[in-house]
Write a protein of this length. Structure first.
Length: 222
């Protein structure tokens, strides 16, 4: 039987919850007073309520971040598709300069028949851990003119990135993160045919094991 509280938040609260009734039954028999028991009960209730509030706020923050990232990704999908439609319409119109000016978009700087320049690197790479323990990636970019993305990953700061997939979209789900992984870093290389753009800036997701989880699954580190 433990003689002192453990070092976890829930463990400390549970330690006193489990002993309060025995201590309150006859405080004098164990060298305590009824006033001390009352103070402990009050502080235990406040601590338990504060812990519950903190856990709720943490979950709400995670949910809000997930909703934010999904909403921004949806916005970029819709917006970039519309930009591509404007550019395609302008190229077929015979009056492209006027259309680009009306749409407040820069006209292409290349002449007719000129080769396309290297693809523009993806930006705003974002990560999110879903309920299945998979890492969802989303980014800003384009899939016009055959553009696609190579996804590279490094686990636990091992010192080397490996190609884990290629996709002609602006979202990718990494379902191959091994159990026990503490961190995963990702970056993208934008490609068009065999022509690569500059590598994007890497982003890192940290994982941890929630002290309330019994199965030891992946979770976002606090």
């Amino acid at each position: 039987m433990a003689d002192s509280p453990p070092n976890t938040i829930d463990g400390r609260i549970q330690f006193f919850q489990q002993r309060l009734a025995a201590w309150a039954a006859d405080p004098a028999a164990i060298g305590l007073t009824a006033e001390q028991i009352g103070d402990l009960q009050t502080k235990l209730t406040l601590a338990a309520n504060a812990r519950s509030t903190a856990l709720t706020a943490r979950q709400q923050a995670r949910s809000a971040t997930s909703i934010q990232n999904a909403s921004l990704a949806d916005l970029m999908d819709q917006g970039t598709a519309m930009i591509a439609a404007i550019r395609a319409f302008a190229e077929l119109s015979g009056n492209s300069d006027s259309i680009f000016e009306t749409a407040e978009l820069d006209a292409p700087k290349i002449g007719a028949g000129s080769p396309l320049p290297p693809p523009i690197p993806a930006t705003d790479l974002r990560t999110n851990l879903n309920n299945l323990g998979q890492v969802e990636l989303a980014w800003k970019g384009t899939t016009a003119n055959g553009t696609y993305y190579d996804i590279y990953r490094e686990l636990n700061a091992s010192g080397g990135f490996s190609l884990i997939g290629s996709i002609s979209a602006k979202r990718f789900t990494d379902a191959t993160v091994p159990a026990g992984t503490m961190r995963a870093s990702y970056y993208l290389v934008t490609r068009r045919d065999d022509l690569p753009g500059a590598p994007g800036e890497p982003v890192t997701m940290l994982f941890g094991v929630d002290e309330n989880q019994q199965g030891g699954g992946l979770s976002l580190a606090a």
